[in-house]
Design a protein around this ligand. Sequence first.
Ligand code: GRG
Length: 303
Amino acid sequence: MTGSDGQVDLQGFLARERERTEAALDRALEDILPRIPGSLAAAVRHGVTSPGKRLRPILCVAAYRAVGGMGDAIYSLAVSLELIHAYSLMHDDLPCMDDAELRRGRPTTHRVEGEEATVVAGALLIPAAAWQAWEGGASMGLAEERRRLLVEELSRAAGGGGMVGGQFLDLLGEEKALTAAELDDLHGRKTGALLRASLRMGGIAGAATPGELAALDRYGEAIGLAFQIADDLLDATSSAQALGKNPSDAELGKSTYVTLFGLEEASRKARGLTEEAVAALRSAGLEAPELEALAWFVVERER
Ligand code: GRG
């Protein structure tokens, strides 16, 4: 979605991609919700449909298009990432984790639907996401071997070596001064793994060459870290009301890139990583103005 000047209309692009992603999420919910009791369905619906940025599916679709993928069936695969992300936020907000009241500008799922329903709703989204990736690949007409690779990417990114393991390191790190290497490891798993998988899954679905997939991987790794640094900067400089979420990192006693490096240096690091992400695409010959614009959005966003 580039204008005559070759520039991406980022707001228009994001709005259109969100709309398509949310339509695909609604279709996924039509499959999930009729199978479960009404009160549980309410918790799933609250967690999944609350107004997030939909960054992971949007990155997946953009990566797919960057390697020449065509058609709209990709959204059905891409929302598997959002189902995992939604569960992670629902569980992250629980009283035994961050005990948050506010998420995406709304009361958290457990505050509205109760703790029991939220734990179960989050848990059922994990196999639902794997199924969504498998079936999403089928709706794209992909061969079973490629669909297996997609489910593997998602499962590895969401699992103990990725997001869940990173969450545990995060809990262990509360009230401790972590080193830069420890922070990179923690966030590379907790936040970075799923972002990176978003790019890789789009690339795999679009039959990326090994060189293109390596570039998407490098882009994903760099923006994953940049995303977290931007998150820490926003957390340190913005209010819960403006961010639509609480509690803050300081309230949780967390080490962050801002506590470690200060605002200016952290901001410089985030921008450097964004430049690296863009350079990785270009060096592989990938013409991807949407991915380039998304990389800058990751560090320049306001929530
Ligand atoms: C409790 C079994 C069990 C497992 C824990 C909770 C969890 C698994 C993992 C949590 C990991 C986590 C919360 C990562 C989120 C990182 C993050 C910065 C989220 C915010 O992402 P955005 O800004 O959010 O893309 P929106 O709201 O826009 O979707």
